[in-house]
Design a protein around this ligand. Structure first.
Ligand code: ADP
Length: 311
């Protein structure tokens, strides 16, 4: 069953097109990753799915229902973990989760059990009487998640939930996401960390400048660039490299500079290695390292956009 269907979605701000004609559909049971650099349009897409923003154009259906109907069942079925932590700092962990549980209509024993379960799930049960203001950044993020799952939503939408937190909390969040998914929750997960998308997501859409560049399983995405290879050449005085000359060499698809390295995306079919090295040597530059990069989602992004994910 399709849990989310997005058709021709556009969101314009005054001068920016934040979401530029996105089409996607998410099947039940998926951990669907939206991977892209800062400013790619991830948060805007999430806000549109959750009806926090109105689209400039296009259509969104959740569990087959158009979100413009603003039906209560849609709201009940979605849990949102926003990027900006939305908690009451002088409430305890328990009171924070309770607040959200009550918003969704839970009462009495059902409510208190749901709160404990959500806190247990995020590893916070032992801190339930502590005020949020005493929590570390990672614990606040976990509490944010507890608040989003207290009503047992079918779909959990998480907007970059691990930015700027300690490894233990990150690990806890990743495990929680996998466990929720095993229980049948469909997850939509935005991130600019390709390792997270790679480890977690059953399907990934890579977005840049408001557009989906590619979509598929990580294997499918990697296959898309299997006809290319990425050469990393470490050079002293890298700023002297003549990028234009490199770009003009047969088979070269893209050239970028990353710290002391020249990164060249090239077709596998053309053996241009000696020409590339000759070109760099002609500038009397010292090559200090030479290797092919392993194909990861980062290199997929690089070879498709010519940019690094974390520029
Ligand atoms: P991401 O979540 O991938 O970092 P966003 O969806 O936050 O990206 O932003 C996409 C683009 O829209 C960016 O260029 C951003 O500057 C712009 N943008 C986001 N929110 C607003 C806003 N309220 N007003 C104007 N421009 C915005």
């Amino acid at each position: 069953m399709k849990v989310v269907e997005i058709k021709d979605l556009v969101k314009k701000y005054d001068t920016t097109i934040a979401v530029d004609n996105i089409n996607l559909s998410i099947e039940e049971g998926e951990i669907y990753g939206i991977l892209g650099p800062n400013g790619a349009g991830k948060s805007t897409t999430i806000s549109l799915i959750c009806s926090l923003l109105n689209p400039s154009f296009g259509e969104i259906k959740i569990l087959g229902e158009d979100i413009r109907k603003k039906s209560i069942s849609i709201k009940r079925n979605i849990g949102l973990v926003p990027q900006n932590i939305a908690l009451y700092r002088n409430f305890t962990a328990y009171e924070n989760v309770k607040f959200f549980g009550e918003l969704y209509g839970l009462r009495g024993q059902e409510l208190s059990e749901a709160i404990d379960e959500a806190l247990e799930f995020t590893g916070l049960l032992e801190f339930k009487k502590k005020k949020a203001e005493e929590f570390s950044g990672g614990m606040l993020r976990r509490l944010n998640i507890a608040c989003a799952i207290v009503h047992n939503p079918k779909i959990l939408i998480m907007d970059e939930p691990t930015v700027g937190i300690d490894p233990q909390s990150r690990n806890n969040i990743m495990q929680a996401v996998k466990e929720l998914n095993r229980k049948g929750v469909t997850i939509i997960y935005t991130t600019h960390y390709m390792e997270e998308a790679e480890n977690l997501c059953s399907k990934i859409a890579i977005i840049d400048n408001g557009k989906i560049i590619v979509e598929g399983t990580k294997e499918e995405l990697k296959d898309m660039v299997s006809d290319k290879r990425i050469l990393n050449i470490g050079v002293d005085n890298v700023y002297k490299v003549n990028i234009e000359n490199l770009r003009n060499i047969e088979g070269v698809i893209g050239v970028s500079i990353d710290e002391g390295n020249v990164i060249i995306t090239s077709s596998k079919e053309v053996n241009n290695l000696s020409k590339l090295i000759k070109e760099i040597s002609e500038e009397e530059l010292k090559i200090n390292d030479l290797r092919f990069k392993e194909i990861t989602l980062e290199t997929v992004f690089l070879s498709l956009t010519g940019k690094k994910l974390r520029d």
